[in-house]
Design a protein around this ligand. Structure first.
Ligand code: SF4
Length: 206
């Protein structure tokens, strides 16, 4: 799953995307758009994951770096707020006549206790929160876009990139139609058409 991130991290990921060879870039772009359209109805893996490798490992997001390093108590706090957000989203879709699958709503990444620091230095929740705040402060150099990324794109890189291709309103309309077709009619034709035909085969961003 893609973690939430700041605008700074999102822009860095866009830069990494533009650095990829064209065919690989096109593949990742398709994965990102598929992730954005499908995540309410399917448990989707991170679009940067290929053959069990992270394509942007050296530049992975803070959320990825911190996974497995939080205390179990703090991780449960994060997981609880994510569950609440998912229930809120489920209610919004329900109001639009679409019942999202319960297994997707209930899905959460379990706590991992196997991650250890190789330098054996102490690392606690405060250190991690300080690092997260430092990234947030750096990202605020991009005001007002920093705030816009949180408010308009919900800190979601997949929405941000899909909106670069289809526009914000277009992305939301396409997502609604794709999800409704899949949930209510098991129809994936529109999804397949968008993924196969609409994205530039060389992965050029508009
Ligand atoms: S480490 Fe890489 S593949 Fe894993 S979630 Fe983060 S960006 Fe995606």
């Amino acid at each position: 799953m893609l973690p939430e991130m700041t605008l700074l991290e999102a822009l860095d990921a866009v830069q990494r995307l533009t650095d990829l060879p064209p065919l690989l870039r096109a593949r990742v772009l398709k994965n990102i758009v598929r992730y954005f359209l499908l995540n309410p109805v399917e448990i989707t893996s991170c679009p940067f994951l290929e053959n069990q490798d992270c394509l942007i490992y050296e530049n992975r997001f803070f959320g990825c770096r911190a996974y497995g390093l939080w205390s179990p108590e703090y991780y449960e706090k994060i997981a609880k707020s994510s569950r609440q957000a998912k229930r809120y989203i489920q209610k919004q879709w329900q109001d639009l006549g679409v019942s999202l699958p319960q297994n997707v709503i209930n899905c959460s990444i379990p706590y991992c206790s196997n991650v250890k620091r190789t330098d054996h230095k102490e690392l606690n929740d405060k250190t991690l929160l300080d690092a997260a705040n430092a990234i947030e402060n750096l990202s605020q150099c991009f005001l007002p876009w920093h705030e816009l990324f949180h408010r308009k794109y919900f800190s979601d890189l997949s929405f941000f990139i899909t909106a670069l291709i289809f526009g914000v309103t277009g992305s939301i309309q396409i997502k609604f139609t794709v999800v409704r077709n899949i949930v209510n009619n098991r129809d994936r034709a529109l999804l397949n058409k968008i993924i196969e035909e609409v994205i530039d085969p060389l992965g050029n961003l508009p």
